[in-house]
Design a protein around this ligand. Structure first.
Ligand code: 7RM
Length: 630
């Protein structure tokens, strides 16, 4: 049994998955099209580390995402596309259309010399062609490396060169709110320093004038004119590479996380269906960009392999106004809505009328991902978007894990605001203390590790297996180290407290920044906060809080006092912020994660060299923060 419909099912399935992981995952994997069944379900050695799932199995993931749906739901919508511009017509692409489009793009790649194993960089906006590009690579056994189209040419250079990409797929330009971004010229600039790239395929989106380098660059629509709309899938091995996706490390160059075909397919499909309890015909919307792992696993591969209707949105939540998400949700009668806490907090800041003017009754399930969600934002989301009636699945996972690891199961497992709650089937978490010992009881706090492999875990860092080992498998012997801190409460529910480098030790007490932030955010005047530690003569570390208010505070000292009391009440006096700086914004990366490194430096009084700030969404906030440092 692998399907979960009740809490008892969950307990039973979870128990089976831990007692006999191989039988469990073999049963899940039965539900896919394989050209050849696997010889072994799992081979692993966490010391090397080496992990192989469904070894000997042969498949093509796109046959599972497309071909197999043609008979059953060929005329059903696969992708709903909503433009950046609310006036532009939406697109509804059926499974059959998607199938032919992917075949055409796959043939275009072949015609341009791409072969099995070649790396292809995809630097494109949120348009259906981007999903086709990913699937087209997979169709012919090429390895895609999607680079978020908000990254600059410098980041693009590093990623193209690290992967040794042969081809770049891009567009003339992209839309983002009221701005047009010249994507092709960013590519041109980058390619001066990318010797491995032989071809650039350019799709039209904005009609922006671009330079086409003869012999290197070709227009996508011209290329497509001459290709067939059928392309037999290249049969690959389970452990062949599906994609590389770069994620920033705390130091050094970005890490190219490697995901392979069989395990990734099985896991993203199973977790998508299980966590959201997806029902045939429902409209599912994940607001992430395909440039992040969330877009890979839960816009493209998970939903399409499950035969779902997946909505792809090109725009931003704040344009033309702060009601855009809710407008789109109403327009397409979205049933499952999945977004990030950072988006929730920014939309919560806008007047409630932006929500109230739309009918959101179609929404049945809500989800979040990306960072710990504070309780206050959780409640706002639950009450105002979910009408108090929809479960909020707080999905904890990572680029490295490929899919959901710890998460509620919609309408089946219990919710606890700010908790990712319980491990999914096959996931065996361990909470470790400072000495590397596993804490075996409940009501404890420590570092989160995973002690058994799961099918979609990253297999290596591209070109640097040693770094993979050092980063993830050296902290705790024989376990995967997540880099996150967590608490396991009396009932065994997990709350992720943030990256462990975000743990503050105040007078010997470990405090997770996320928990303090959550408490601060409970104050009605506070919209968002970020907490870091700084050296403190007596306590070792003190608590420094950066706080954004809905309105500029009149009585700063009073408000500081109230915030301190709030934290004392919720967590305890030990966690009271020593310093509170009011700010208008926080230094965030483009995927919405706060760059605490910068905040830490400012709190330490070291504002000289803040390191690389080029990946920030809005580098200007840094100056304001420096100027107001306490
Ligand atoms: C999917 C994604 C991974 C890091 C991870 C955590 C944080 C993600 C949650 C979360 C608390 C969550 N991949 N994180 N989801 N923290 N609750 N539900 O975000 O590679 O970009 O980031 O994000 O710190 O280690 S990621």
């Amino acid at each position: 049994m692998t399907t979960i419909r009740t809490f008892e099912d969950y307990q039973q399935v979870y128990r089976n998955s831990v007692e006999d992981p191989e039988s469990f995952w073999a049963a899940v994997a039965e539900d896919f099209q394989w050209h050849r069944k696997w010889d072994t379900v799992l081979e692993w050695d966490f010391h090397k580390p080496e992990v192989k799932w469904f070894s000997g199995g042969q498949l093509n993931i796109t046959e599972n995402c497309l071909d197999r749906h043609l008979a059953t739901r060929g005329d059903q919508t696969a992708i709903i596309w909503e433009s950046n511009d609310p006036a532009e017509e939406s697109r509804y692409i059926t499974y059959r259309e998607a199938y032919h489009e992917v075949c055409r793009v796959a043939n275009m790649l072949k015609a341009n010399g791409v072969e099995k194993g070649d790396r292809v960089c995809i630097y494109m906006p949120m348009i259906p062609e981007t999903a086709y590009a990913m699937l087209a690579c997979a169709r012919i056994g090429a390895v895609h490396s999607v680079v978020f189209a908000g990254f600059s040419s410098g980041s693009l250079i590093d990623r193209i060169n690290d992967a040794g990409c042969k081809v770049v797929m891009t567009t003339d330009g992209s839309y983002r709110g009221d701005k047009v971004i010249q994507l092709k010229s960013i590519v041109d600039e980058a390619l001066e320093k990318c010797p491995t790239v032989e071809r650039v395929l350019v799709a039209r989106r904005t009609g922006t004038r671009v330079n086409m380098k003869p012999g290197r660059d070709a227009w996508w629509d011209d290329e497509l004119k001459t290709v067939s709309s059928e392309c037999p899938a290249t049969v690959v091995d389970s452990e062949d590479l599906l994609f590389i996706l770069y994620t920033s490390g705390s130091t050094g160059k970005p890490k190219g996380m490697v995901h392979t075909c069989g395990g990734y397919m099985v896991y993203t499909n199973y977790t998508f269906r299980t966590v959201f309890q997806y029902q045939e015909g429902q409209v599912y919307w994940c607001t992430a960009d395909v440039g992040w792992i969330t877009g890979h696993s839960y816009i493209v591969y998970g939903p399409l392999s499950a035969g779902a209707i997946t909505l792809m949105f090109e725009g931003v939540p704040s344009w033309p106004d702060m009601g855009r998400f809710w407008h789109v949700a109403e327009k397409h009668r979205v049933n499952i809505f999945y977004t990030a806490p950072t988006a929730i907090r920014s939309l919560e800041k806008a007047p409630l009328s932006y929500v109230k003017q739309y009918d959101l009754h179609s929404i049945k399930v809500l989800g979040t991902v990306g960072e710990p969600i504070n309780e206050e934002a959780w409640h706002w989301y639950h009450e105002h978007i979910g009408r108090g009636q929809c479960p909020v699945v707080d999905t904890w996972w990572q680029t490295e894990t490929g899919g959901f690891m710890i998460s509620p199961i919609a309408n089946i497992t219990k919710l606890k605001p700010a908790f990712a709650t319980l491990p999914l089937p096959g996931v065996q978490p361990a909470v470790m203390d400072e000495n590397g010992k596993e804490l075996m009881t409940n009501n404890i706090e420590g570092r989160l590790a995973i002690k058994f492999p799961w099918p979609s875990m990253a297999r290596t860092i591209y070109g640097d297996h040693q770094r993979f080992k050092d980063t993830y498998f050296s902290t705790f012997k024989g376990k995967y180290f997540t880099g996150d801190g967590c608490r396991r409460d009396k009932e065994g529910y997990y709350r992720i407290t943030g990256r462990v480098d975000d743990i503050i030790i105040v007078s010997g007490h470990n405090l997770g920044t996320a928990e303090i932030e959550s408490a601060i955010d409970e104050h009605s005047a506070v919209c968002e906060s970020a907490v870091v530690g700084y050296p403190h003569d007596i306590k070792g570390q003190g608590v420094y809080a950066y706080v954004i208010c809905y309105d500029k505070p009149h009585e700063e000292e009073n408000l500081r006092k109230e915030i301190r009391e709030m934290v004392a009440k919720i967590i305890g006096p030990i966690a009271k912020p020593d310093k509170i700086q009011f700010v208008s914004g926080l230094p965030k990366t483009r995927s919405g994660k706060i760059m605490r490194r910068i905040l830490r430096k400012v709190a330490e009084g070291d504002t000289g060299n803040l390191g690389d700030v080029t990946t920030l969404l809005d580098p200007a906030v840094v100056d304001e923060i420096k100027a107001g440092a306490l």
